[in-house]
Design a protein around this ligand. Structure first.
Ligand code: BG6
Length: 508
C-alpha cells in the first residue's frame, strides 16, 4: 500500500545520513601509529563523505615541539597516505581551518591550561558549541593522569546541552582487577554514558552484519541452536609478526590483545538472543548474558593452548622468531598464538563447544566465524556413493573477502547418486557497489553523535576478563608456550585439542 507520507522527510528517517553535530575532537597520542594510520584518515574520510559538521575541529596533543605548520604537514601526509576516499583539496582546506596543536607532556598542568584555552577559542572561532570529545590513544598507564588533569582544568565539565566525552582505546586493563581500577579512575571524571570504549571489530560492517543476518531473516535462526549445531569455530589469523610493537605486545600476548575483546565480542554476537530493540541497553544486555554464561573446560591444559612463533620461512621470506624480534627478552613466554575451547551454558547452546583461536605469523590473514552443523541423522544412499560429503557449514567471513559461504552436499552429475560438497557464496564486493567504511570511521562518527550500541560497556569488559583470567593464570604456571612455524596454522597441540574431540580446525 502506498503510504500518504511517502516522500516526506522524517527526521528519524534512517536513510538520511547521520551527521556529527558541531564539535571538537582532541586526540592524545596524535603522533602514534594508530592515530597516523587509522584515526586521522578516518576523520578526514568522514569529512570527505560530508558526515562532519563544517564546525568540526581536531586538536592534537603531544610532546613534540611542533609549529602549526609542522602539525598541518603531519596531518596532511597521514591523510594522503592512508585515505580511503581520496585526497580532495576542498575537504582538506575545510579540515585544516579547524586544526590545532598543543605541545606538552601528559602530566604538565600548563599544557592542559593551553588545551583549555584552545578549546574555548575553538568554541568562538569555529563554533564547536562547547561539545568536545577526548580520544585517549595512549598507553593505559597514562589514563589516570590524563583524566585527572582534564578534571583539574574543568575540561570534563559540560554546560546545558553540551557534551564532554572520552573515547578510550584498549587494552582496558590486563586482568579483571586492573580493569576495575581503570574504570574507577575514568568514572571519577566522566559519566558512564560519556565513556566510549573502542573495540574496532564492532565498527566493521561484517561484524554488524552478524546481527543483520541473524535477526532480519527467518532461515538461519531456527537452526541456530544446539539441536542442529555441532560446534562453532571463531578464527582471527594474521600473517604478520609483531613488527615494531614489541613494547606493547610483550607481556600482553594474543589472548589479551584480541581474544579478551574482539573474539569474545564476536562470540557474544554469534551466541546472543535477539535484543528487544536495536539500542545500546538492549544489545549490551544480551551480550552480557552470553559472556556470563561462558564456562571453561575443567582441565585448562586440555582445553587451551598457547604458542609462540619460531623463526622460519613465510611466503618464501626468512622471518625472525618472536624471541629474536627487536626488544623481546630471550626468555619471554608471551603467547603469539592462543586457542580456547569453551561452552555457553544456556538452553540454546547446551553442550556445543566454541573453539576460539588467534595468532600472529599464521598461514594467512583471515577472520571468520564458522558454524558447523551436525551430520544428517540418516542418509538414504549407500555409503560408498556418498563421496566427500562433510558437514554443512555456514561461514561468516569478517575479513578479507567479506561475505558469507554455505557449504552443503549436492549430487555430482552422472548416472550414480554421488554426493559432493559445494558452496554457495555471498560476497560484499559483488552484492554492493559501495565500499565498506573503515571501522574507525563508523566508531568515531558514533562517538561524536553519541550513539553507543557499538561500544562495549564496562560490564562486558569485566566479564571478558573474568573468562580470561583463569586461563592466563594457568599459562603463567604452565611453562613455555608451544612453538609453531611461521606460515603454519599454529602449534600441533592446537590441532590435537580438536582431534581429541573428533574434530579439526577448518583451513579457511
Ligand atoms: C588490534 C590488535 O586490536 O587488531 C593488533 O592490537 C591486530 O595486534 C589488529 O593486528 C588487527 O586488526 P584488523 O582490523 O587488521 O583485523
Amino acid at each position: 500500500m502506498h503510504s500518504p507520507l511517502a516522500g516526506l522527510k522524517d527526521p528519524d528517517d534512517r536513510r538520511l545520513p547521520r551527521i556529527a553535530p558541531p564539535c571538537g575532537l582532541v586526540i592524545f597520542g596524535i603522533t602514534g601509529d594508530l592515530a597516523r594510520k587509522k584515526l586521522v584518515p578516518a576523520i578526514y574520510d568522514l569529512a570527505n563523505r560530508g558526515l562532519l559538521s563544517p564546525a568540526f575541529a581536531l586538536t592534537g596533543f603531544a610532546r613534540r615541539d611542533w609549529s602549526t605548520q609542522d602539525f598541518e604537514d603531519y596531518i596532511r601526509t597521514s591523510i594522503e597516505k592512508h585515505t580511503r576516499t581520496g585526497f580532495n583539496e576542498r575537504t582538506w582546506n575545510q579540515l585544516r581551518a579547524g586544526l590545532r596543536f598543543v605541545s606538552g607532556t601528559f602530566d604538565d598542568p600548563a599544557a592542559y591550561g593551553r588545551l583549555a584555552e584552545t578549546v574555548a577559542e575553538l568554541d568562538k572561532s569555529r563554533g564547536t558549541g562547547g561539545n568536545h570529545a577526548f580520544y585517549l590513544s595512549i598507553p593505559p598507564s597514562w589514563f589516570p593522569e590524563v583524566c585527572e588533569q582534564l578534571a583539574a582544568t574543568g575540561l570534563n565539565q559540560r554546560h546545558g546541552n553540551e557534551f564532554r566525552r572520552v573515547i578510550i582505546e584498549k587494552p582496558f586493563g590486563h586482568n579483571l582487577e586492573s580493569a576495575i581500577e581503570l574504570s574507577k579512575v575514568v568514572s571519577r571524571v566522566f559519566d558512564e554514558d560519556d565513556v566510549f570504549r573502542i573495540d574496532h571489530y564492532l565498527g566493521k560492517e561484517t561484524v554488524q552484519n552478524i546481527m543483520a543476518m541473524r535477526f532480519s531473516n527467518t532461515m538461519f535462526e531456527p537452526l541456530w541452536k544446539a539441536n542442529y549445531v555441532d560446534h562453532i569455530q571463531i578464527t582471527m589469523a594474521e600473517d604478520i609478526g609483531i613488527g615494531t610493537r614489541a613494547g606493547y605486545y610483550d607481556g600482553i600476548g594474543a589472548a589479551r590483545d584480541v581474544i579478551q575483546n574482539h573474539l569474545l565480542q564476536l562470540l557474544a554476537l554469534t551466541a546472543m538472543e535477539e535484543p528487544v530493540r536495536f539500542t545500546q541497553e538492549a544489545i549490551r544486555a544480551e551480550k552480557e548474558k552470553v559472556l556470563s554464561a561462558v564456562r571453561l573446560g575443567e582441565d585448562l591444559s586440555a582445553t587451551t593452548v598457547f604458542g609462540q612463533y619460531t623463526s622460519g620461512s613465510q611466503g618464501g621470506t626468512q622471518v625472525r622468531g618472536f624471541l629474536e624480534e627487536d626488544s623481546i627478552p630471550a626468555d619471554s613466554v608471551t603467547d603469539t598464538y592462543a586457542a580456547i575451547k569453551l561452552f555457553v551454558d544456556t538452553r540454546r547452546w547446551a553442550g556445543v563447544p566454541f573453539y576460539l583461536r588467534a595468532g600472529k605469523r599464521l598461514a594467512k590473514r583471515v577472520t571468520e566465524i564458522a558454524v558447523v552443523f551436525k551430520r544428517a541423522a540418516h542418509v538414504p544412499f549407500e555409503n560408498s556413493e556418498v563421496t566427500e560429503s562433510g558437514q554443512n557449514v555456514l561461514v561468516i567471513r569478517v575479513q578479507p573477502d567479506e561475505g558469507m559461504t554455505i557449504k552443503f552436499g549436492a549430487k555430482v552429475p552422472g548416472t550414480e547418486m554421488q554426493i559432493r560438497d559445494v558452496t554457495m557464496d555471498f560476497g560484499y564486493g559483488h552484492a554492493f557497489t559501495e565500499d565498506s567504511p573503515e571501522a574507525y570511521e563508523r566508531l568515531i562518527l558514533d562517538a561524536l553523535v553519541g550513539s553507543a550500541p557499538l561500544f562495549p560497556h564496562q560490564r562486558e569488559v569485566e566479564l571478558s576478563w573474568q573468562i580470561l583470567d583463569p586461563i592466563l593464570e594457568h599459562w603463567a604456571s604452565a611453562g613455555r608456550p608451544d612453538p609453531y612455524r611461521p606460515g603454519s596454522w599454529g602449534p600441533a597441540s592446537s590441532q590435537e585439542m580438536l582431534a581429541r574431540d573428533g574434530r579439526s580446525w577448518r583451513l579457511p
